[in-house]
Design a protein around this ligand. Sequence first.
Ligand SMILES: [Zn+2]
Length: 595
Amino acid sequence: MAALSLTFLGAAGTVTGSKYLVDLPGRRILVDAGMFQGEKEWREMNWADFPVPPSSIDEIILTHAHADHCGYLPALVRDGFKGPIWCTYGTAKLATIVLMDAGHLQEKEAQYAQEGGYSKHDPALPLYTVADVEKTTPLFKVVPFDTDFDLGNGIAIRMTRAGHILGSASVTLSTPEGSVLFSGDLGRIDHPVLRPRGTPPGSPYVLIESTYGDREHPDAKGLEHEAMADAVRRTIARGGSVLIPAFAVDRTEIVLKALTELREAGRIPVDVPIFVNSPMAVAALDVYREAEGRGELRDDIQPEDFFNLPNLREITDPEDSKRLNHPDHPSIIISSSGMATGGRVLHHLEAMLPDQRNCVIFTGYQGVGTRGRTLLEGAKQMKFRGRYVPVKAEIVSDGEFSVHADASDLIDWLRDLSPQPETVFVTHGEEGSSDAFAAKVRSELGLTVVVPRYKEKVTLTPHGTYAPLSPVTGAVPEPAAVPAPAPRPVPHPPSPGGKLLPVRKVADTHADDIDEIAVILETAIGQVPFLPEAKQPEVSELLHEVLGLVRGESPDLGAVREGVNLALYAAAGAVETPGGQSIVALLAHVPKILG
Ligand SMILES: [Zn+2]
């Protein structure tokens, strides 16, 4: 009986609700806790009891801050989850914004439903509340990129940049029972704003997303974003306004960068006011601006490149937001959510769709069942708050904004893994997309590929080969799912005890290790504000001192070790707080790196 099992509790047969449950002897880990979005049959799963008691989950690992990966966290916390939520610094920052917004939205929607009398529950219930979110965000624990991070009992995780949104990571989970790589959502080779994605260490088992598994992004022919530029020009010329639904996180930044470039090139009128109308997007913009200081943006990019529009206005006040619906002059409004599943974009659509002078430009993937998809498919009317409005505005799609890898990008990511996986689980795609991508992986890379069903459970072994435990009733077993006979190399060299070695032991310290220590110290400094106030100055000062030492010409490793130990000791005094625990966990790595 194998000891490591994996259950697909979301993003199986759909692109949303990412949740993968990993069971080990004495340990239960959830990778991502996404909300189901889009089609009603999936959305209703958000309200079902979670398949295992949330209190039985020891910890959660988060790949990135999109709601379909983190939006279910507050429901788990409300229902008893108390463990740490491991994620990168950028993800912790952005997920806090995303979840606060989601909590407000849930409360508001329940209120509207109550007032409009169209709720199934009486009184109308929110899925979770802002109070649930406030209990969730203190559980975030920051993990640096590109470092084997010890979770205890021989379990380690390594975050590798995924180039999808700020903070996004692929996660390699190494355990004594085997190792699994979760791709998370993968960006294209070339993100317009972020540092490019990296190549994670290979694992016998790999889960890979397949949002665009059946498509290739069109090669940019001619001028970039001409679909958008042209739509803006003709809309403004006829006296209409442009609405750009965009995900508040990442997409808004990229849309602003594109608008800046179009404006500077004289391809759209310069005097049109541009509004970012989403409190979440405005908050996320700040996180992107600040990311420059942490080296997370492309070398050739300054934050000014995406917010330096002279007539840009950031709207946070709800009354200002409503006034935008009847502007004195044509304007461009960027608002979320990107698929028009909720948020302020809804009241803009309700007000703007009936006027044929207006234009709506979609800037990304529109999931089945979302208002965005319905509009792109030519809907003639649309229901808002229980009432239909006619759709007369022009509907346009600019396909050049995607930050999801296309089929070739995904194949390239798999091909770069070393060692190659023994089994690939294709997830996070609509059915046709996952199946098409699975076929491509089989034919181009010759790997064993499985498209798991929702709630399917498989057992894994350290060297590869897996066994389906409980395929969903009626599911047809994949013909290619037969375990490959040849044993594959393990991802990390086994230690003499036969266990995987979670943390690299180095006899002598190299420049890379010093860089790694600097990353750990910087991350720890970022966590000091989470400590009790009385502890903050002492720990902060010690950490800054050691960072100074590390950055010195030829660092005195003895002094570094001594300084880190002092900081560890000081932080350990605050270990009762989540911040204390995570700083101690982080700093404990420095002595290991020093050998
Ligand atoms: Zn995503």
